[in-house]
Design a protein around this ligand. Structure first.
Ligand code: OFO
Length: 163
């Protein structure tokens, strides 16, 4: 069974993942309203994935006999200055999530909870990929001329991590 401190920090991680999901949904909506259909598609999908990340932890806590909590919905930014600022926000969010995952793992080591540490390793790899993609997207803003925004929109949605 889970130690109290671990259960709590995992619940905080659920909240973090659900916040990511909400933020990405807001970003998808902004992209949609502004004609950036590909980026909208990208963020709708990211939003779904973040919810799955939250659920994976939710089920883990439950399977260990703990109490998984459905987090409160928090206010998120709905408006953005530009497509670039949306992607900058996405990178900031991914960096914050990586820090948060690292805190969970630090807590696991302190408590000798090797099972949870192993469970969290999937998230370490996932964050590495997501940070890579967010950084690569921001590179494209420098590589593609600013007057080709709709071409850029399409290229952004094609960025993948291939190891
Ligand atoms: Fe949950 O993977 Fe990024 O934030």
């Amino acid at each position: 069974s889970l130690k109290d401190g671990i259960e709590q920090i995992l619940n905080e991680q659920i909240k973090m993942e659900m916040e990511s999901s909400s933020k990405y949904l807001a970003m998808a909506g902004w992209c949609d309203r502004n004609g950036f259909d590909y980026s909208a598609g990208f963020f709708y999908k990211q939003s779904d994935e973040e919810r799955q990340h939250a659920l994976k932890i939710f089920h883990y806590i439950s399977d260990q006999g703990g109490t998984a909590l459905s987090p409160e919905v928090v206010p998120v930014q709905q408006d953005f200055d530009s497509l670039r600022s949306v992607f900058e926000g996405a990178l900031d969010q991914e960096i914050a999530v990586t820090d948060s995952i690292n805190r969970v793992i630090t807590a696991c080591r302190r408590e000798n909870d090797f099972a949870t540490e192993q469970f969290m390793n999937w998230y370490v790899k996932e964050q590495m990929e997501e940070e890579y993609i967010a950084r690569r997207c921001l590179d494209l803003f420098d590589q593609i001329p600013a007057d080709q925004l709709f071409y850029l929109d399409k290229q952004l949605s094609r960025v993948t991590y291939d190891g």
